[in-house]
Design a protein around this ligand. Structure first.
Ligand SMILES: *[C@@H]1O[C@H](CO)[C@@H](O)[C@H](O)[C@H]1NC(C)=O
Ligand SMILES: *[C@@H]1O[C@H](CO)[C@@H](O)[C@H](O)[C@H]1NC(C)=O
Length: 216
């Protein structure tokens, strides 16, 4: 018989070389077929490829900026709007900034983002888990990476519109925008007052700004 440690090492070796999906992995799973556009009737089933055409694999919704709110527009190209991305583990976003426009501090719980500046000058950065800020102005042609789940932000500091194309290693990266997650979600006022050292009136004002509650 083999000694116990040899058996263990062989098992570990087999486990690592077969690269079983780790239960703690946060990545989208690897695809097990070429593509899988969800069927209308049952989204867990793929459409029969005989019903697909090349147009199913083309998305034309980010040729132009999206609708602006407060000088910013973000158009996600996730599997929800471009079903051909389903199971493929990646997606895009087009972000446009009018002069002075900002992309508020936010994070993507399920994806790292690689952002490419199409146009303009953008103060761009992230804060790591030690609260160290990595930020500076990037411009047309520059690429910046925002690690998965890490808080990041952008602001157009040029004197003309700016645009960024972000790509994600998830078909559904998700986006948690801090201002609205904190003040537009209905968290208990007392907790927010204590967390931010603000008075009840100030919290009400912030909540009002994000569409919750009433000003007194
Ligand atoms: C897909 O559609 C074709 C043509 O209608 C049919 O022959 C084939 O059996 C279908 N495949 C599956 C998996 O349903
Ligand atoms: C912009 O707003 C219009 C009107 O509400 C809407 O039809 C359109 O889909 C929006 N565009 C985007 C990219 O969200």
């Amino acid at each position: 018989m083999f000694p116990k440690t040899t058996v263990m090492l062989v098992i570990i070796f087999i486990f690592q070389t077969t690269r079983l999906p780790s239960p703690v992995s946060g990545s989208d799973p690897d695809p097990i077929q070429d593509y899988c556009l969800p069927s209308h009737h049952n989204t867990h089933q793929c459409k029969n490829s005989s019903s697909l055409t090349v147009d199913d694999f083309i998305f034309s919704g980010i040729k132009h900026p999206g609708n602006f709110t407060n000088k910013f527009s973000g158009v996600p190209v996730s599997a929800a709007v471009f079903p051909a991305l389903n199971t493929l583990g990646m997606s895009l976003v087009r972000a446009d900034f009018e002069v002075g426009g900002i992309n508020v501090p936010h994070y993507h719980p399920r994806a790292t983002e690689v952002a490419y500046v199409l146009e303009g000058k953008v103060y761009s950065g992230f804060v790591d888990t030690n609260n160290k800020v990595f930020a500076r102005v990037i411009e047309k042609g520059d690429v910046m990476v925002f690690p998965r789940g890490v808080l990041h932000f952008q602001m157009n500091v040029g004197d003309s519109p700016a645009a960024i194309l972000g790509s994600f290693d998830s078909q559904n990266p998700g986006s948690v925008k801090l201002p609205v997650a904190l003040f537009g979600s209905g968290i208990n006022d007392e907790l927010l007052e204590k967390a931010f050292g603000l008075k009840s009136k100030e919290i009400s004002k912030l909540k009002k700004r994000f569409g919750i509650g009433h000003e007194d």
